[in-house]
Ligand binder design. Structure first.
Ligand code: MLT
Ligand code: MN
Ligand code: ZN
Length: 295
């Protein structure tokens, strides 16, 4: 299985257009919004989430560009982890694709018709298939789904739909034995997550925030900022994800861990920062946009 990291930043990307903080005005390498492409055979590709940057992300990868026929594309479907705009807005940019299947949790399918009506907009350009995530099968890759949280997007906060609103995926290539776990939005270390990552070759994990109080520290925001931080498990601290990773790697060094969905406030976006060094020392990787893994 080939795994292409098309984008590795959280909503807004890095640098963020409306931010002039120290990091956003530094020389740290830019990152597009979180999006991954996977393929078992190099010919059929599936997107994990659809970022608003998808057009540039597709054009930057020879594997995803149109061809060889004049209107042929290698994209065969999209799998969504949640309904956040940074993971779903790209569907609108893909409207010319015509008839792509999209797999997502039921609450996400609901949000994309009732709160952000992407489904009816896109269906006006060609009938797409909107399918429950549990049934996903990605051209030879086997998918299983773990409910992760009930974090609703701000635009759908009035929804009373039952969750899960966020899921993680385990994608297995039965031919190579390669296993990818994709979990870019984790509110906590969810029940069942240790089993989901058991024997994984690579885990792509929520790296939104380094410190639990990061939003309030960077922007002096209160309330909303603190709430947003709570929607993503921080990396650092005794209850953060890095401690878990370090412990896990001591017992199972065969599993690689990499952070994605980095927020513009996260000091690890700067390769010269002590926080970046601490993550690497803890046994996790910080791949940039365009990184490819072969599992
Ligand atoms: C999130 O992951 O928390 C959201 O994407 C934030 C946002 O895009 O506003
Ligand atoms: Mn996000
Ligand atoms: Zn910034």
């Amino acid at each position: 299985m080939r795994v292409l990291l098309l984008g590795t930043a959280a909503g807004g990307g890095f640098p963020q257009w409306n931010c002039a903080c120290r990091l956003c005005t530094s020389d740290a390498p830019p990152r597009g919004q979180d999006c991954v492409a996977v393929s078992a055979d190099d010919r059929s590709w599936y997107l994990l989430n659809a970022s608003p940057d998808i057009r540039a992300q597709i054009l930057s990868s020879t594997a995803l560009r149109a061809g060889p026929g004049p209107r042929e594309i290698p994209l065969r479907g999209v799998l969504l982890t949640d309904a956040e705009l940074d993971h779903s807005m790209g569907l609108l940019m893909l409207r010319e694709a015509g008839g792509l299947p999209v797999w997502a949790p039921d609450a996400v399918l609901h949000a994309l018709s009732q709160h952000f009506p992407a489904r009816s907009i896109i269906d006006g350009y060609g009938g797409w298939d909107w399918l429950p995530a549990s049934s996903a099968s990605l051209g030879g890759l086997r998918v299983s789904v773990l409910p992760v949280s009930d974090k609703q997007p701000k635009y759908a906060r009035s929804s009373t739909e039952d969750g899960p609103w966020v899921v993680a995926y385990r994608i297995v290539d039965p031919v190579t034995g390669g296993v990818l776990v994709y979990a870019p939005c984790l509110k906590s270390w969810p029940e069942g997550f240790d089993q989901l990552v058991e024997g994984a070759s690579l885990v792509l994990l929520d790296g939104t925030f380094y410190a639990p109080d990061e939003m309030s520290g960077a922007t002096k925001a209160v309330g909303d900022g603190a709430q947003l931080a709570m929607g993503h498990l921080p990396i650092a601290g005794p209850h953060g994800s890095l401690t878990r990773i370090t412990r896990h790697r001591a017992n199972r060094p065969g599993t690689r861990w990499a952070y994605t969905h980095l927020n513009n406030t996260n000091p690890i976006v700067d390769p010269a920062s002590p926080e970046h060094a601490a993550v690497l020392a803890g046994g996790a990787e910080l791949p940039g946009d365009g990184t490819e893994f072969e599992l």
